[in-house]
Ligand binder design. Structure first.
Ligand code: SF4
Length: 221
């Protein structure tokens, strides 16, 4: 279907068609690994899906996620759910304490650095709070994933996480690292490295605890 100005409707673009086909296959691949999974063609659909997955009384926390920020989910939960908001911390100590408390929240929100076409999540973390929550603690974890994060193999997912997501993410923070000097991952061992834990989530141990919401288009990095 085309818009009246002659441009194709968003759902008719080649990219949208590819994302919808790949998204449907990913949903099946993720469900075979005991994740709950949804494909949402538009950001509005993704927002409504995520909101519907968070019960009103749930205490919500999150790990750093550009995708959740870009979708407006973090702003929404701040206004509509009880939250543990580490960004309101007044000191490093208070922030760490809120990160610890977040591990026992009801709903944890995050993105992922990469997702394989076979349905495996791959993430890199500095403090480890995000991958810890993904692995155990919160009653449920909702992962928002732009289709730009999908890689054909685990090897390519690791490469994406290390050479694209981590190097861009590192540039957000103060500190001295190989990539902030060269723009490339040098496999640094700097005390400021953001690459301390590299975690592949192969299966969802408690069926349905991790809910993956795939979003058409490019989200996060
Ligand atoms: S250079 Fe260091 S901080 Fe940067 S992406 Fe590589 S391991 Fe991570």
């Amino acid at each position: 279907m085309a818009h009246k100005n002659g441009r194709p409707a968003a759902q008719d673009t080649p990219r949208a068609k590819r994302d919808a086909l790949l998204g449907a296959r990913l949903v099946e691949a993720l469900k075979a690994r005991h994740f709950d999974a949804f494909y949402c063609a538009t950001p509005d659909e993704a927002r409504q899906r995520i909101f519907s997955l968070i019960p009103p009384a749930d205490v919500v926390a999150w790990g750093g996620s550009m995708t959740m920020e870009e979708l407006g989910v973090i702003d929404w939960v701040r206004q509509n759910r009880p939250v543990i908001d580490r960004d309101k911390a007044q000191s490093r100590e208070e922030k760490l304490e809120l990160m610890r408390r977040s591990l026992l929240c009801d709903t944890y929100l995050m993105g992922t650095n990469a997702l394989t076409a076979q349905g495996e999540l791959f993430n890199i973390d500095a403090n480890g709070n995000r991958v810890a929550a993904l692995t155990f603690g919160p009653k449920q974890v909702i992962v928002a994933v732009g289709m730009n994060k999908v890689m054909p193999t685990l090897e390519e997912a690791v490469s994406r996480a290390r050479h694209t997501a981590a190097t861009i993410n590192a540039a957000r923070f103060d500190g001295v690292r190989g990539c902030t000097k060269t723009g490339q991952c040098t496999d640094c061992k700097s005390p400021d490295s953001i690459c301390c834990s590299l975690v592949c989530t192969r299966l969802c141990c408690v069926p349905g605890r991790i809910k993956v919401v795939l979003v058409g288009g490019d989200w996060g990095y």
